[in-house]
Design a protein around this ligand. Structure first.
Ligand code: DP6
Length: 370
């Protein structure tokens, strides 16, 4: 068994002899989405990533979650009311219920509690932005805070580690959203304390990369045709998978120094290599699939041409979808936003772009009401 998991189970066992001091309350967290620089694509059972990954935490694309709890002291099967953007969505409720069941051995008080979870995003669910990362990290943070209230504990470094661990079990990329700026998840030699169980924050980031911008071109706002879960699964039989995991490891090692030295051009090279490798894996899976649209490719060409013509250190990355994340340093924002407005906006569905940037990570927030 993994080390931290064992710690958490020991902690859970100690709670069985210890009744909560507080029985009712409400917590509320706002947690951001993140955009992966090195992609997590392929996993082993128990949400163990096949390679390390690294991401930039976003600022504006956030999810908010309030959890009202009542520790009833007796078994409460089905004691969950989940409301997403003011409505009950049975498919989401089912997913959250399954998640809570799966993590209840780490949070034994859950099985004796009634929860009302209200969740919403600041961006459209169908915009192709990773909503599971923000939603699952906000829920995990909320659950960890409930535990601190029940057992009178502080929000320490351990708190965030546990939140990242629990978020990972909900959605792998959510483990990284628990931290601001940049985070690494998955054991990799480039980052000494990295591990598969939870993400770690990156502190030593060069000023060239601090505050990096991410303008998200909404090429297509509909729901993606292939879920990440299926995509991860298809890596099990992808003949190039082993090589892909080695490339990801190599990119992680290179980034370890690039992030400290602030070599923006090399940073963008790796970012683009990762994006195209991710989509190459999709195309070489069986069945293969293509999530890029003609305007995705056109945007990539325009971005590269603009970089060549102007020397602006701009780059792109892609998620599991058609949308393009345009990355550029904060000090080149003026020139770049003018280019985005004239050359890239026409490629977006209804001209939709979300201008986001590196953010400070989750925070406690006001309660959500119906
Ligand atoms: C392409 O975290 O959505 O965004 O663990 O199955 O929920 P699950 O997958 P998910 O996969 C993210 C895939 C990615 C790359 C990344 O964020 O690293």
């Amino acid at each position: 068994m993994n080390t931290f998991e064992k710690d958490l189970l020991d902690q859970a066992a100690s709670y069985t002899h210890h009744l909560p001091e507080k029985k009712r309350g409400i917590v509320s967290w706002e947690s951001p989405s993140n955009i992966a620089i090195v992609k997590y694509w392929g996993k082993y059972p128990g949400q163990i990533p096949a390679s390390g990954s690294m991401s930039i935490t976003l600022s504006k694309a956030v999810g908010r979650t309030s959890i009202a709890y009542h520790f009833a002291g007796s078994k409460k099967d089905g004691g969950l009311n989940f409301i997403f953007e003011g409505k009950q969505v049975p498919a989401f409720t089912k997913r959250i219920k399954k998640y809570l069941d799966a993590i209840s051995h780490f949070l034994p008080w859950l099985t004796q509690s009634e929860l009302t979870i209200r969740s919403e995003n600041t961006f459209p669910h169908s915009s192709g932005i990773a909503s599971s990362a923000s939603a699952m990290s906000a829920i995990a943070l909320g659950l960890c805070e409930i535990e601190t209230q029940l057992y009178n504990k502080e929000l320490t470094e351990y708190f965030f580690k546990k939140a990242s661990f629990l978020a990972r079990l909900g959605s792998g990329s959510a483990s990284r959203s628990v931290y601001g700026k940049m985070a690494v998840w998955g054991s990799t030699t480039g980052f000494k304390n990295s591990c598969d169980e939870y993400a770690i924050p990156l502190d030593d980031i060069h000023e060239n990369l601090l505050g990096i911008r991410d303008s998200i071109l909404i090429i297509e706002s509909g729901k993606k045709q292939v879920s990440s879960s299926l995509g991860h699964d298809l890596m099990k039989t992808n003949p190039y998978a082993r090589m892909r995991f080695d490339v990801a490891e190599d990119n992680m090692q290179k980034l370890a120094s690039i992030i400290r030295n602030g070599e923006t051009a090399r940073f963008m090279d790796i970012v683009e290599n990762e994006a195209l490798s991710l989509h190459a894996m999709m195309m070489t899976s069986n069945p293969g699939f293509i999530l890029m649209k003609p305007n995705t490719i056109e945007a990539i060409h325009r971005i590269r041409d603009f970089r060549k013509d102007t020397g602006v250190q701009i780059g792109f990355t892609l998620d599991a979808g058609a949308n393009v994340h345009v990355l550029y340093p904060e000090d080149q924002a003026m020139k770049t936003t003018a280019f985005i407005d004239t050359a890239l906006k026409p490629l977006c569905e209804n001209g939709a772009i979300i201008h986001d940037r590196m953010g400070g990570g989750p925070s406690k927030t006001d309660l959500l009401k119906d």
